[in-house]
Design a protein. Structure first.
Lengths: 1043, 471
């Protein structure tokens, strides 16, 4: 914020100084609007609800028109008559603007500038960031030699008398470049080689080498993980693990094979909607599912579904548009022209997936919808099996047709009336209770009542009278998979119709377990039968149109054929096939886990069968026929040919039943394979978009006007012909004339190399954001990045070309070591008259230590790992237990692979300003705190790395303390020490050696910190002293900073 | 080079100037002045210099502690009338119950102190300081589940990622102590039911020096505070001396002021290595103090020990001392559970108030006691003569405040005879936050931080100071 003001002061001063500058040079968007935004817009801006006196100053018509008072705020050409100026200067506390209680007051210079602007005609203009960038002409400043347009723009801004600082020392420059492009320092050998030949050509070769390294993708991914709020856990309450690392590996790979940035973004936002989307394109969409997810029992599902989608909108806004959309969730934005309605129009793009606001507490189920992460091999297997199943289903169909003559013959003899239905695995009459349980008349199963359901006169003999909280549970019955044919029948007598009543189910819980299993529900009297892997995105559910009447008995049965399809699930009411609506038909992972009890009447945190009665339950391990359903209901048998034919096939025709058996085998095989393959949450567009509304005050339960997908007007509408969905949204975003996407992206890239963007608020390009320090440069980079520039070798949307242009500029290559007066003149290096210096990131500090010590395990990708972590932190979380410290190589992987548990993020990284991975962050803090000193001095990871540097120093550093000290210094810092430095370090070594020689036990204890032993034999005191020396080096400015 | 020499060489006033805020901050913010926050003078005359917040995590039942409901006791077993519930939402844990049987407290209440404040028999010690407490019976919140509710209390927003109360204070007022963090967190051991997350004391988008620092009982009271095994104080001292020499050489060569700022941070880190164990070492406290706090105070990590530690931190002018005592989430078996919980905190809460008062510190220390929401007046699960449970209830619950210009012996706000809805003087979470800030001399609408283009504050866009409870 301070810097914004600084910049503004600078601009104002240059406009006012000497009063020689003509009014034409005042630019509304740059010079005037920020003053109005800061001081006036919270009451006189875009928000209709907080607007005072009917006056708005953010649009020209409003500012030049009259407010409610009838007075004119701005009279072009006449500052004296402009109410705005009068009120700004008023001495009356009731009149003066802004009102004193706001604590805002424009400076005298700002007021003078406003007057001057009005006096000169109050020319209007739009906020710069909403105007599509044009390609500015490259200036030709006096000292421009490099031919790189970046330098031309920077020099032009510095003024004609200024030059850039000389190039950095080759060693420091290579370290800067290497850290910026790969997150790791160069080896001393690489530095020596470059120092021997520090030419432009050689430098360019280094750039190519680094951009081509697999470490490049790791470095670029690290920033992207902040932006995508990537973490290994869900983030709320129990904060469960979710394996989303395959997406992280995709990001690394995409950077490493230089996937053009437009595709990189398009796949992540809308990969599932691309024609013939590949697995990889769909995997990319995990991006929009990485927000926090809540598995806490008892939450209101819709509240969190809305929260997730709001997060998607906010992330898109910050990441690609540099806009804070969040403000518009509850009301019109007070500063930026984004209305609340537009927020929910945007919201409508992201919500059309079949998800649940509550993730699963019981069991590790990936939130739906998901993508199966099959390997190529598995994919081939799966396709083979699916083809065989399809063939099998076709054969079954043919066999049925071929069975017609046999059927006709069988039927002609008169259809026999079966007295019993075969295949029952359990049958309960609920008549006589023995030892507090009912016995099944088939097998040895028992039904155990809980919470005391009453025994009342039933349909036959006695029945269960339920309360809604009690029921009977039947262990060991009905553990069917989705491949198994099975059927279930019972009598029910509802006492009232409610939106939801659970009659019977085989599952652990409702939302807390994603409803996994199968169930019969009553929904406003209609029978709903479901088989679910996880509701709603991987589920099968049908609902009868007919109701089961209140106060009367209805026989309910369903017959399922193992096909995982709604067409294979038939429901019978009173023995007659019931017409159903298909609620969900997308079941493709299994419905089993553990062995929950088949339960009547109640389910955990679900609505029970309140006041209902149940009688005569039967469970079958086969598909019952329509005739059998009628038998079970005690009704007249169906006489229609279809029903009888189905009965014939299912019960009489041996070849058909054999074919069913072989199909079952295939389906079981397919189910086992699919179940063994992990899946990952992705975006998968529903066929029909969910209805969207303006949510009043942002509340999930306060829907207002209905809205449809649309982009904010100020950024332009969807291009003609673009589909109205996320794919269309990306076409809009990636249109070369988009005002923000290019600018926001190149600004973030600039920030990667210079520590801060040309727009310092890289997360906010709105009216409250910082003005660009080099607007022409920003626009030139944006246009060149998006459209390409052949003469400079820039291909459209090519990130690596852009980065190459930046790092080969003289601006980037300048030394950061300048005179005190230069520091004083521009402490924040806003005008880029020196090279960028900054502290290494949390990841770089640790990775550098692993690298220099030789501990680093250079492996790309894979599940996240658990390096050293203080004891006792996970214990404070729910079910967190003890931190399961990794072993061997897992301790030494690069930091982007460190397991990120959102409720207990790695404390050393958080102390070193790593981003909170709860929401989208594109700009980290840069602080310096005592806790950072403690981490760098005492974290076992740093101590162990120091010990290994010590080992290398003694092994590889040559003979004598002098040489060894020089070796260690160069190894860690990347440069040669001065003689003075060598003598300080030698003194340290002598002191520590003397100390440890007196206390060998202490030396041995220090050498035990960390798991990995040092190679070779070293006297403990010597190694310990060298370890302390290395500790100094890891805390030295040259190491901690990248200069 | 001796201790003085170590930092003296720099001659840049490092001991102070670079340390803005206690955990001094942005390397370039040196100009902000020693230890000051962004509001060097505050907005108003402050009553409180510091806050001790006794957070009862899990949601203690108001009906067994501070909100006496004889009518509810009479109607125990009856279904909650729809006219009382008014269709307000329930959690997914009891929304499906076929009946919602009302359950009065099985514990007795009596009037305490001259003020006659109603307090339950479970809190006999607290009752002794009733005249120092302002009991607010009409608190309400928006969240109905633990995670968002506790996040709401600690950060003013249900959504993760905003700065916590203590961080705002550190940011606004800075630190009054050169050797300790401005914001310290203490958690009772062995009582975890609902989790506590580091984001509850996180700095959100504020600079990270304003992060709360967790002090733990045991050998490493602050993460990474201890020297590595085998490294003595003397060895470390010498390492730091040589290190400072190296930094000095580097500064001479480069002239980057950030080098000096970092040296100041290391100085502070070194001091903390002594000051933190010092403050946590209770052995110097006289026996009379342990008699006051009770025997548990000698057992590190208990609530009693943490209360005593809180007093010691308050003496050293730590701005915000956040205690967490988890274990209040009694969905079932409430009578037994709440008896145990009250047993944990009752005497120590009393002792803390008494101790502060005896030392004249209650006048400028604001103490707050309470959880993230209350509990339902109906039983979750089975209601028997001796046992019942209660679900989360955001619509009314009780907290108390004491000290620093808060009127003692006052009961503020009233709930209906069923203990379900508020009928008088509702107090929102943001109101409580606004009031606490007010006592600290801060106008809650004016302590803001601009992030992603918006000026954020602890109280979001709400909050009113509860004037009637101020003296």
């Amino acid at each position: 914020m301070a810097s914004i003001q600084l910049l503004q002061r600078w601009v104002i001063a240059s406009l006012l100084v000497g009063g020689t500058i003509g009014a034409a040079e005042i630019e509304f968007a740059r010079d005037i609007q920020p003053i109005l935004s800061e001081h006036c817009y919270s009451c006189h801006g875009p928000s209709t609800t907080s607007r005072k006196a009917g006056l708005r100053l953010d649009v020209q018509e409003g500012a030049l028109g009259a407010g409610k008072s009838g007075k004119l705020a701005i009279v072009p050409g006449n500052a004296e008559q402009s109410e705005l100026i009068r009120r700004l200067g008023s001495a009356d506390p009731d009149e003066v603007m802004p009102p004193p209680e706001t604590g805002k007051k424009p400076s005298a210079d700002q007021v003078r500038l406003l007057k001057r602007w009005i006096q000169s005609g109050s020319r209007w203009g739009q906020h710069w960031a909403f105007v599509p960038p044009a390609l500015p002409a490259v200036p030709k400043p006096r000292y421009w030699k490099s031919g790189n347009p970046i330098d031309a723009f920077v020099l032009a801004q510095l003024g004609s008398a200024k030059r850039l600082a000389p190039p950095a020392e080759p060693g420091r420059l290579l370290r800067r470049l290497s850290l910026d492009l790969t997150g790791l320092p160069p080896t001393p050998q690489e530095i020596v080689a470059f120092e021997g030949r520090p030419t432009r050509e050689h430098y360019l070769q280094e750039v190519q080498r680094l951009v081509g390294s697999p470490r490049y993708g790791e470095r670029m991914a690290t920033d992207w993980l902040d932006l995508a709020r990537f973490a290994d856990t869900h983030g709320f309450q129990a904060d469960r693990y979710r394996p989303v690392w395959p997406w992280r590996d995709w990001v690394i790979g995409a950077f490493n094979r230089h996937l053009p940035f437009d595709q990189f973004v398009q796949w992540q936002v809308a990969g599932d909607l691309l024609p013939n989307a590949t697995q990889e394109q769909r995997l990319a969409t995990t991006f929009n599912r990485l927000h926090l997810q809540n598995e806490e029992g008892g939450i209101v599902e819709e509240e969190y579904r809305v929260a997730y989608n709001v997060d998607r909108v906010n992330t898109f806004g910050t990441a690609f548009l540099g806009m804070t959309f969040e403000c518009s969730r509850c009301h019109d934005h007070k500063y930026d022209p984004i209305s609340q309605k537009e927020f929910y129009q945007f919201f409508a793009f992201f919500q059309n997936i079949d998800e649940s606001g509550q993730s699963v507490y019981f069991g590790d189920i990936m939130p739906v919808p998901t993508l199966l992460l099959s390997t190529t091999n598995q994919e081939t297997q799966l396709q083979g099996l699916n083809a065989r199943i399809q063939t099998g289903e076709g054969q079954l169909q043919q066999m049925a047709e071929a069975a017609r003559p046999a059927f006709v013959q069988w039927r002609s003899k008169g259809v026999p009336q079966p007295s019993e239905v075969s295949g029952a695995v359990a049958r309960f009459s609920f008549d006589g209770m023995v030892s507090n349980a009912f016995s099944s008349t088939v097998g040895t199963h028992r039904a155990q009542p809980f919470e005391g359901p009453q025994s009342v006169v039933g349909r036959f003999g006695k029945a269960l009278q339920l309360s809604g909280e009690n029921g009977v549970s039947m262990p060991g019955i009905g553990h069917f998979s989705r491949a198994d044919p099975f059927s279930l029948a019972l009598w029910i007598r509802p006492a009232l119709h409610l939106p939801r009543q659970t009659v019977i189910h085989h599952s652990s819980a409702w939302m807390d377990a994603g409803s996994r299993g199968y169930e019969i529900l009553l929904e406003d009297g209609r029978i709903a039968v479901g088989l679910h892997h996880m509701w709603p995105g991987n589920a099968l559910k049908v609902r009868t149109r007919q109701m089961a009447p209140v106060g009367g008995w209805t026989h309910v049965a369903f017959a399922y054929d193992g096909s995982s399809r709604a067409s294979g699930l038939k429901v019978y009411l009173d023995g007659k096939r019931a017409e159903v609506e298909v609620v969900r038909d997308n079941l493709w992972k299994d419905i089993t886990y553990g062995q929950p009890n088949l339960t009547i009447g109640q389910r955990m945190r679900d609505f029970g069968f309140k006041q209902g009665q149940v009688d005569e339950l039967q469970v079958f391990d086969r598909t019952i026929s329509p005739v059998e359903a009628a038998v079970l209901a005690g009704r007249e048998l169906p006489t229609d040919e279809d029903s009888q034919f189905e009965h014939f096939l299912l019960t009489q025709h041996a070849p058909y039943r054999a074919a069913v058996e072989s199909l079952l085998k295939l389906r079981r095989e397919q189910n086992a394979l699919v179940t063994s393959i992990p899946d990952i949450m992705v975006m998968e567009e529903m066929k029909t978009p969910k209805p969207a509304y303006v949510l009043r005050r942002g509340a999930y339960d306060q829907p207002g006007d209905s809205v449809t997908m649309e982009t904010p007007a100020v950024m332009g509408r969807l291009p003609a012909g673009a589909p109205r969905n996320r794919l269309g949204l990306t076409q809009w975003l990636l249109d070369p004339s988009h005002p923000l996407m290019g600018r926001v992206t190149v600004n973030r890239v600039w920030q990667q190399f210079f520590g801060k963007g040309l727009v310092e608020t890289s997360d906010n390009f709105g009216l409250q954001g910082a003005a660009p320090t080099h607007r022409d440069l920003l626009d030139w980079l944006a246009v060149s990045f998006v459209r390409g520039n052949e003469s400079l070798g820039l291909r459209p949307w090519n990130l690596q070309d852009l980065q190459r242009l930046i790092v080969t500029s003289d601006t980037y290559r300048q030394t950061s070591n300048v005179k005190p007066k230069d520091w004083a003149e521009d402490p924040d290096n806003r005008w880029l008259a020196r090279g960028p210096a900054r502290r290494l990131s949390a990841e770089m500090l640790r990775d550098q230590a692993l690298f220099a010590s030789g501990l680093m395990v250079d492996k790309v990708g894979g599940p996240s790992v658990k390096p050293y972590h203080p004891d006792g932190l996970w214990e404070m979380t729910m079910g967190g237990g003890h931190y399961p410290l990794g072993k061997g190589d897992d301790l030494y992987r690069r930091s982007l692979y460190t397991y990120w548990k959102r409720t207990v993020p790695p404390p050393s990284m958080m102390t070193l300003d790593a981003a909170d991975r709860s929401y989208c962050v594109v700009r980290r803090q840069a602080t310096s705190t005592p806790l950072q000193a403690l981490v760098l001095l005492n974290d076992p990871q740093m101590v162990e790395a120091s010990r290994h540097v010590a080992g290398r120093m003694l092994r590889e550093g040559g003979v004598g303390a002098d040489q060894q000290v020089r070796y260690a210094f160069a190894l860690v810092t990347g440069r040669r020490p001065t003689q003075q430095e060598v003598s300080v370090l030698r003194r340290l070594l002598e002191e520590q050696l003397a100390h440890f020689q007196k206390d060998i036990v202490a030396a041995e204890r220090l050498l035990k910190v960390g798991e990995k032993p040092v190679l070779g034999e070293h006297p403990p005191a010597q190694l310990a002293a060298a370890t302390v020396l290395a500790q100094l080096l890891f805390n030295h400015d040259e190491t901690v900073m990248r200069r | 080079m001796n201790r003085r020499e170590f930092f003296g060489r720099f001659g840049l006033g490092l001991g102070g100037a670079a340390l803005s805020g206690l955990m001094a901050g942005d390397a370039r913010a040196g100009a902000a002045g020693p230890f000051s926050g962004i509001l060097p003078a505050g907005h108003l005359a402050p009553k409180a210099k510091r806050v001790i917040y006794l957070f009862m995590s899990g949601g203690p039942s108001q009906l067994e502690t501070f909100d006496y409901k004889p009518e509810l006791v009479k109607r125990t077993g009856e279904d909650l009338p729809a006219s009382v519930r008014m269709g307000q939402r329930l959690t997914g844990m009891s929304a499906q119950q076929a009946t919602l049987p009302m359950a009065g407290s099985i514990f007795k209440f009596a009037r305490a102190g001259q003020s006659g404040t109603w307090i339950s028999e479970l809190l006999p010690w607290t009752a002794k300081v009733a005249d120092d407490l302002c009991v607010i019976r009409s608190l309400h919140t928006e969240a109905i589940n633990h995670d968002p509710a506790i996040t709401f209390f600690q950060t003013g927003s249900q959504i993760a990622g905003r700065p916590s109360f203590g961080s705002w204070l550190s940011y606004g007022l800075g630190s009054a102590n050169q050797n300790l963090p401005a914001f310290v967190v203490l958690i009772s051991k062995d009582r975890i039911d609902q989790p506590l997350y580091s984001r509850l004391w996180g700095n959100g988008f504020l600079p990270s020096q304003h992060q709360g620092v967790l002090f733990r009982s045991g050998k490493d009271p602050v993460l990474y505070l201890q020297n590595p095994d085998g490294v003595s104080g003397e060895s470390r001292r010498k390492l730091l001396d040589r290190w400072a020499e190296m930094e000095h050489l580097q500064f001479r060569d480069l002239g980057d002021p950030e080098i000096n700022a970092r040296v100041a941070q290391y100085e502070m880190a070194y001091r903390m290595q002594t000051s933190v164990p010092d403050v946590m070492n209770l052995s110097g406290e006289p026996e009379s103090v342990f008699e006051l706090y009770g025997p548990e105070a000698k057992n590190p990590g208990t609530f009693a020990a943490n209360c005593l530690l809180a007093r010691r931190l308050a003496e050293r002018d730590v701005r915000f001392i956040q205690l967490y005592h988890p274990g209040w989430d009694q969905h079932g078996g409430l009578p037994g559970g709440i008896r145990r919980q009250c047993g944990d905190v009752d005497r120590a809460s009393y002792a803390l108030i008494t101790d502060l008062k005896q030392r004249g510190m209650l006048d400028d220390t604001l103490v707050i006691w309470g959880g993230e929401f209350g509990r339902t007046n109906y039983s979750q699960g089975k209601l028997t003569a001796t046992d019942y449970g209660r679900d989360h209830h955001p619509r009314c619950f009780s907290v108390w405040m004491a000290g620093a210009g808060i009127r003692g012996g006052v009961s503020h706000g009233r709930t209906d005879e069923f203990g379900y809805n508020i009928v008088e003087d509702p107090v929102h979470v943001h109101d409580l936050q606004a009031t606490a800030l007010h006592q600290l001399g801060i106008h809650h609408e004016r302590l803001t931080f601009r992030f992603q283009g918006r000026d954020y504050r602890l109280t979001d866009v709400h909050g009113n100071v509860i004037q009637p409870i101020l003296s």
